[in-house]
Design a protein around this ligand. Structure first.
Ligand code: GLC
Length: 743
């Protein structure tokens, strides 16, 4: 019989049918290698792998901390460093680690949240694109640039569901919806890691913050979280499960307590659910100092107890508490922490180091030539512009004031017209914010041959002076069209940036009023890391664009939208309240026993006496320069057997005169169940481009899993009954509705 080599066999067979076998063979090889290293390690060296420190000083001038850190690294007492970046510095510190007895390489980690050198829109803005391919590309480019700079591991994606715009970290996530959040979690994990960890362009991702960090009381960062098991499993955990299923290399726990227990000490979260039920094989890093923070929480009496609780709860690596360094050896010797738990944590960490290829080549990601090439790839900026364009949401466009027609004289007014660093907001770790393209620069370039553009700042972002108003009025009077760029400062969202008031700061509303009083048409661009409240402007402006923070290409992306070169397609990933008093406000609410809208009961109903229940703008809302019609809703059956998939088809038509993209959203309501169910829940969506007059049939497949809900004591269940199906371009404007029965 003719001999075939393995390669030929693989070519003949369908490689992917073999891949699980190949992956498990690779897994077995790595496990074997991990075990061989573990057997050589002393107790101190094992504990050493669990320690992670920030390296901001480690490459700087001599200091006590620098010397301590370098000595610890040299003696194998450090497993990972964060905030060391660049080929030069990572090589230098890695070389110190390779002086240790076992030469175990370090993991270099960094918060590559929305780009490394190329600054992409903040994650909440990217979520508004509803474009999973683009979100994956964005993460892939971030990983390519970071890995070329010696980084092995990013602390992203942040997959915390957030329903409270007072919370500053809402900018880091995917907004309020569990289904959209889960899809984005997957896209970002694949983007950062590639199809398989270990490729030269991929870095370890990190699903954070586990768990329910976005539900902090009053939207105040680091505050307690208290919720039912059902709410936790139904709303907050699925994006983490999606990340785990996508193979996310690590998890990071969170600063909050969950029902009285700090997440970093939660056996329920980390051992029962993550490493137990989900059988998660990666490792968990504590958030910065969160192990030590059990003491101020009043949960641990001292660092020794904190280390014991964290280790027994499955927190594998200690970021910046020094709890394990100081206490773990004694805890092991006293039998308070089993050696098997320490070995498990060490094996999880060693596994990732070997999987990344660091044992074969500790300098694999530290190549000067590759770093130079990756940092200067023009393709990256083009993709960042595309992501930014697709993240822009058109909220209002009276009399089609946009796109800008003809050679109008344009007045640019507002404190964010020339902003650059603000466009990057927070969590930029390497960016040259001076190179960001401001709105002013973008429009000046785009309209250089068409329009005259004047500029006045009008007022500061904060502060009370109105001294700039007069200049703003003058240039408005001399223009055909005014574009105002307003919002909050880029550093008013992010970590520890909760706001009790989410209006536009300073005199911006007053500036709008005096400019609008000139009688000119006024387009308002609002920028921020969260939903902001600007109801008065919403009512009076002729057009409104929401841009969140669009990153390096903001000015060019907005210019393309103003010129009509790009027809805006963004949809809100989070509800915009009318007032802070409505918060938390989200689209998938329960109907209550006294819903608004019952004509027989207009007083004793679930409503405010001073505000509508409805939001200023709904989840999933966003306009286009064209219009779309929905028709021909068909179901494969009106009576569904359990386990049988439901096929849904509709026809979408572009009824306008320009091409455009629509995000078709499919919602379900379980009308009667053994738990009160939301009035609707997003279960699928599709974003597609249609030319003017073009129609396309879309089909969705709804599996039984999408009909399930979580019940304490029973887990995920489905119950027979009637389901309402709604399809449309916004959660509050479903165009097609029908019902079906699950048997
Ligand atoms: C911070 C954040 C976390 C980040 C970590 C490292 O406190 O909570 O998201 O990844 O520390 O910077």
């Amino acid at each position: 019989m003719k001999k075939y080599n393995l390669f030929t066999i693989l070519l003949c067979c369908n490689f992917f049918t073999l891949s699980p076998l190949i992956l498990s063979a690779q897994d077995a090889r790595i496990v074997k290698r991990v075990d061989s290293v573990l057997r050589l390690m002393t107790l101190k060296e094992k504990i050493g792998q669990l320690n992670q420190y920030t390296g901001t000083e480690v490459t700087g001038p001599a200091s006590d901390r620098k010397n301590t850190l370098l000595n610890d690294i040299r003696s194998g007492m450090v497993g990972s460093m964060l905030n060391v970046k660049g080929v030069k510095d990572t090589r230098e510190i890695q070389a110190v680690a390779l002086q240790s007895r076992l030469k175990i390489p370090l993991l270099f980690s960094l918060d590559v949240i929305h780009g490394y050198k190329t600054v992409f829109p903040v994650p909440l803005a990217e979520a508004a694109s509803w474009n999973m391919d683009l979100i994956r590309q964005s993460a892939h480019i971030s990983a390519k640039e970071a890995s070329a700079s010696g980084i092995h591991w990013t602390f992203a994606p942040m997959v915390d569901i957030a329903r409270d715009p007072r919370w500053g970290r809402v900018m880091e996530g995917a907004g309020e919806d569990t289904y959209l959040g889960a899809q984005i979690a997957k896209a970002r994990v694949y983007g950062f890691q590639g199809d398989r960890l270990g490729g030269i362009d991929g870095i370890m991702a990190c699903a954070k913050h586990f768990a329910a960090y976005g539900a902090a009381f009053a939207g105040r960062d680091y505050n307690p979280v208290d919720m039912s098991e059902q709410m936790l499993h139904e709303v907050y955990l699925p994006p983490f499960k999606a990340a785990a299923d996508a193979g996310v290399a690590t998890f990071m726990n969170s600063f909050n307590t969950l029902n009285g227990v700090p997440a970093t000490a939660s056996v329920y979260l980390q051992r029962d659910i993550l490493k137990g039920k989900w059988n998660y094989k990666g490792f968990v890093v504590s958030d910065w100092g969160s192990i030590r923070e059990m003491i101020p929480w009043g949960y641990a009496g001292n660092l020794n107890e904190a280390a014991e609780f964290a280790m027994n709860a499955g927190s594998d690596m200690d970021m910046e508490s020094s709890a394990y360094k100081q206490e773990l050896e004694a805890l092991i010797k006293a039998g308070k922490v089993k050696l098997s738990l320490l070995d498990d944590a060490v094996k999880r960490i060693l596994y990732k180091k070997i999987e990344l290829g660091l044992f074969d080549d500790p300098y694999k990601f530290s190549n000067v030539e590759r770093e130079k090439q990756a940092m200067n790839d023009p393709q990256h900026a083009l993709i960042a512009r595309n992501v930014a364009e697709q993240s822009i949401i058109l909220l209002k466009n009276e009399q089609h004031v946009l796109p800008i027609k003809g050679n109008q004289k344009i007045a640019l007014i507002g404190p964010l017209v020339k902003a650059k660093a603000d466009l990057a907001s927070t969590w930029t770790v390497y960016a040259d914010t001076a190179s960001m393209t401001s709105v002013y620069e973008g429009l000046k370039h785009k309209f250089r041959n068409k329009s005259s553009i004047s500029y006045a700042k009008g007022c500061d972002l904060n502060g009370n002076t109105t001294a700039g108003f007069e200049e703003a009025i003058q240039i408005a009077m001399a223009s055909d069209l005014v574009i105002m760029v307003l919002g909050e400062a880029g550093d008013m969202s992010g970590e520890a940036k909760s706001r009790s008031n989410i209006n536009l700061p300073g005199q911006q509303e007053a500036l709008f009023d005096v400019v609008k009083a000139t009688g000119k048409q006024v387009v308002v661009v609002v920028m921020g890391g969260r939903p902001l409240i600007f109801n008065h402007i919403a009512e009076k402006a002729d057009a409104i664009i929401y841009a969140f923070w669009l990153g390096a290409e903001a000015g060019n992306a907005l210019a393309n939208v103003f010129s009509g070169e790009y027809n805006p397609s963004g949809k809100l990933p989070i509800t915009f309240p009318r007032s802070v008093g409505q918060i938390p406000l989200f689209y998938n609410y329960l109907n209550t026993g006294r819903p608004v809208g019952n004509p027989k009961e207009i007083r004793y109903r679930s409503a405010y006496i001073d505000s509508p229940n409805s939001p200023q703008y709904a989840f999933g809302y966003g306009l286009s320069y064209t219009t779309f019609s929905y028709s021909d809703l068909k179901l494969s059956t009106k009576t569904l057997k359990k386990g049988e998939p439901l096929r849904v088809s509709i026809k979408l038509t572009n009824t306008g005169d320009v091409k455009g993209e629509e995000v078709v959203q499919l919602y379900l309501q379980d009308k009667v169940a053994s738990l009160a169910r939301p009035v609707k829940e997003l279960k699928d969506f599709r974003k597609l481009m249609l030319n003017p007059g073009e129609s396309q049939e879309l089909t969705f497949t709804i599996g039984t899993d999408k009909l399930a809900f979580y019940k304490s004591g029973a887990g995920w269940i489905t119950e027979p009954g009637v389901f309402k199906l709604m399809i449309g371009g916004s959660s509050d404007q479903t165009k097609l509705e029908t019902e079906f029965t699950l048997q």
